[in-house]
Design a protein around this ligand. Structure first.
Ligand code: CU1
Length: 154
């Protein structure tokens, strides 16, 4: 009786260990971030393991202001491109979601959303180097000084 209880416990533990890495791997490639009416992201760092071939990021705008006044997007790039991408986005304007169309420096981006809206982007990490220096920012005019953070890959 004692033996079989231990055996069952061991089996359950083994099953749990076998399933856990899969569950963790799937969750680890899903990211969420929020922007508010105070021009802030709720996270200043995001990270995914280099085992993620695809990453899905969901951006929530938790404020109330419309996107014309307080729009937010999430744009991923090499840290060294932060200023230049925002500058090009400013020139591109609202109709292009403050991103230069086809900007090769942009690894991934969401559209611009306003208060109460959410949006997601799923992107491949094939062009990214594990341990590389990546950052994200909001390219809405004037926001990138505050709304940015580090993106750790690997
Ligand atoms: Cu923003």
């Amino acid at each position: 009786m004692v033996f079989s209880r231990i055996a069952l416990g061991t089996l359950a533990l083994a099953a749990g260990l076998a399933l856990a890495p899969h569950a963790r791997a799937a969750d680890a490639c899903q990211l969420e971030i929020s922007g508010n009416d105070q021009m802030q992201f709720d996270k200043h760092e995001l990270s995914v393991p280099a085992t993620c071939k695809e990453v899905t990021l969901t951006l929530h705008h938790t404020g109330k202001l419309p996107k014309e006044a307080m729009g937010h997007d999430w744009v991923l790039m090499s840290t060294s491109d932060l200023g230049a991408v925002a500058q090009s986005g400013l020139s591109a304007g609202a109709s292009k979601d403050y991103l230069e169309p086809g900007d090769k420096r942009v690894i991934a981006h969401t559209k611009v959303v306003g208060g109460g809206e959410s949006t997601s982007v799923t992107f491949s990490t094939a062009s990214m180097k594990p341990g590389g220096d990546y950052s994200y920012e909001c390219t809405f005019p004037g926001h990138s000084a505050l709304m940015k953070g580090k993106f750790k890959f690997g």
